[in-house]
Design a protein around this ligand. Structure first.
Ligand code: P5A
Length: 437
C-alpha cells in the first residue's frame, strides 16, 4: 500500500477529549472516529489491527476444537424473560421494539440465545462436549463510556459457550479455555494474567479475568510477581497438565480489588514480590453450570436416559478493547511499536525525496515490489515531506520495522531499523529474511 493512497486522517493536535494514550493515539493516527458517545467507526488502519487480533483469536479457538458460528446482534426479549435476566440486566441493555411492537434488544452477550439454539438441537449426552463461539458486535449502554475503545457502548467481542454433561467435564472445558486464553494473549504479544474475579450479571461462582498491566487500566490489581514468570511451554492440553496449570496459577496470589483480601495478600506474598497496580481486563471466563439451562429447559438425556440440565460456561475476549490495550502496553515516550503479529503492516519503506529528486523514491518502489512478491505486507511512504516529519509520523503509526532510503543507503545496502533500536545496513536479501522470520 502507498501511504498517499491510504485513508489515514492523521491529526497533529492532541485530541482534547482523549485522556489516555491509546485513545489519543487512535484518534491522532485516524484509526477510529467517534460517531456518537461511546460508538466508533473503525477506519482502515484501526480496522486492520482489529482484524489481525480477531484472526489470531479465531485460530486459537479453532485449535481447541471450538466451532465458529454467527448469531445476530438483535435478539428477542422472550428468551431473556425465560432466563430471568430481562429485568435484572437494567439500563445497560438497549431495548427496542420492532414495527409489530415486539420487545427486542441489541445483545450485550449471548448466553440466552446460544442456550435457545442448543436446546432445540441437542438432546443426547452423545453429542457432548461442545464449544461454540462467535465474534460479533455487542452493545452495552454504559453509563460512562470513556477511554475510546476501552469502555464503549458498541464493541467487538469473541464469546464462546461450552456445553457438558457433568460438573467435572465442564471444569475441564473451563481449564482448556483458561490455557487457550493464555496462549492467545501470548501470540498477540501481550502478557495477560488470570485473576479470580466477580461474576456480575453473567453469574455463576467460578470466574477469572485476564488482565494486562497498565497504569491507565480501570481494574486495581494485587499480585505476587512470580505469577508473571510461569512458563507456559511446560503445559499441554492433556487433563493432567491442565489441572497442574490451573493449580500453579491459583496457588500464586493474583486478584482484582473486588476479590482482594489484604490479610491473605500480606501473609501469602513476600513484601518484595508484591505488585499493586492497575490493569486492563481483556478477557473474562465464567462457569455457571445450569444457571441458564435450568430455567430455559435445556435438557440432555444422560446415559441412563434421565433428563438433566446441561452444564455451561461462557468465555469472552474484548477484541476491540485489545487494540487499545495493546497500545497502552506498547506506547512509551512518544513511540508506538506494535507487537509484530498485530502490526498494521510488516514494514514501512521511508525514502527521502522531493519533487526535484525522485531517485530514492524509485529505489523504494523497487524494494516495495520485491517485498510484495514475498507476501510481506509493506507500506511505502511516498508522501513528499521532510524526513523529520516522516519519522515523527511513523513513531505514532508504530510499524515495528523501517527501511530508510536516504543518505546512508549504498548501492546494495539499505538502512534497516527496528523501532527503539539502532539501525543497521543490510542487503535486500537480509531484510527479507528478517521480515519473514
Ligand atoms: C463472556 C462471554 C461476558 O460478556 N458472556 C459471553 C461473558 N463477559 S464480560 O466480561 O462482560 O465481557 C467480556 C469481555 O468483553 C470486553 N468488554 C468491553 N470492551 C469494550 N467496551 C465495553 N464496554 C466492554 N465490556 C466488556 C472485555 O474485554 C471483557 O473482558
Amino acid at each position: 500500500m502507498y501511504l498517499s493512497q491510504l485513508f489515514i486522517p492523521i491529526t497533529k493536535d492532541l485530541p482534547a477529549e482523549a485522556k489516555i494514550k491509546s485513545h489519543q493515539l487512535m484518534l491522532q493516527t485516524g484509526m477510529i472516529r467517534q460517531s456518537s458517545a461511546g460508538i466508533y467507526s473503525w477506519l482502515p488502519l484501526g480496522f486492520k489491527v482489529m482484524k489481525k487480533i480477531e484472526q489470531i483469536v479465531r485460530e486459537e479457538q479453532n485449535s481447541i476444537g471450538a466451532q465458529e458460528m454467527l448469531m445476530p446482534t438483535i435478539q428477542s426479549a422472550e428468551i431473556w424473560k425465560e432466563s430471568g435476566r430481562y429485568d435484572d440486566y437494567g439500563e445497560e441493555m438497549l431495548r427496542i421494539k420492532d414495527r409489530q411492537g415486539r420487545d427486542m434488544l441489541y445483545g450485550p452477550t449471548n448466553e440466552e440465545l446460544i442456550t435457545d439454539i442448543f436446546r432445540s438441537s441437542v438432546k443426547s449426552y452423545k453429542s457432548l462436549p461442545q464449544i461454540l463461539y462467535h465474534i460479533q458486535w455487542k452493545f452495552r449502554d454504559e453509563i460512562r463510556p470513556r477511554f475510546g475503545v476501552m469502555r464503549c457502548k458498541e464493541f467487538f467481542m469473541k464469546d464462546a459457550y461450552s456445553f457438558d454433561l457433568t460438573d467435572d467435564e465442564a471444569k475441564k472445558s473451563y481449564n482448556k479455555m483458561f490455557f487457550s486464553y493464555l496462549k492467545t494473549f501470548n501470540r498477540l504479544g501481550l502478557k495477560a494474567i488470570p485473576m479470580a474475579a466477580d461474576t456480575g450479571p453473567i453469574g455463576g461462582d467460578l470466574s477469572h479475568e485476564f488482565i494486562i498491566l497498565a497504569e491507565t487500566g480501570e481494574s486495581q490489581i494485587f499480585a505476587d510477581k512470580r505469577i508473571f514468570e510461569i512458563n507456559l511451554d511446560k503445559y499441554d492440553f492433556s487433563d493432567a497438565s491442565l489441572s497442574k496449570m490451573r493449580k500453579d496459577f491459583t496457588e500464586i496470589y493474583a486478584a482484582t480489588d473486588e476479590k482482594f483480601d489484604e490479610k491473605k495478600f500480606n501473609s501469602e506474598v513476600d513484601k518484595k514480590n508484591q505488585i499493586k497496580t492497575k490493569g486492563i481486563e481483556v478477557g473474562h471466563i465464567f462457569y455457571f453450570g445450569d444457571k441458564y439451562s435450568k430455567p430455559m429447559n435445556c435438557l440432555i438425556d444422560d446415559k441412563s436416559g434421565k433428563k438433566i440440565s446441561v452444564k455451561m460456561g461462557s468465555y469472552g475476549i474484548g477484541v476491540s478493547r485489545l487494540v487499545g490495550a495493546a497500545i497502552e502496553a506498547n506506547y512509551n515516550n512518544g513511540i508506538m511499536k506494535w507487537p509484530r503479529p498485530i502490526s498494521p503492516f510488516d514494514t514501512v519503506i521511508i525514502p527521502s525525496f522531493n519533487k526535484n529528486n525522485q531517485e530514492n523514491l524509485q529505489k523504494a518502489e523497487k524494494i516495495y515490489q520485491e517485498l510484495k512478491k514475498q507476501n510481506i505486507d509493506v507500506l511505502l511512504d511516498d508522501v513528499d515531506e521532510n524526513m523529520s516529519n516522516k519519522f515523527k509520523k511513523h513513531d505514532l503509526i508504530g510499524i515495528p520495522f523501517q527501511i530508510i532510503i536516504g543518505s546512508k543507503s549504498e548501492e546494495n545496502k539499505f538502512e534497516f531499523k527496528e523501532l527503539n533500536s539502532e539501525s543497521e545496513m543490510l542487503s535486500l536479501e537480509e531484510i527479507k529474511s528478517k521480515l519473514k522470520r
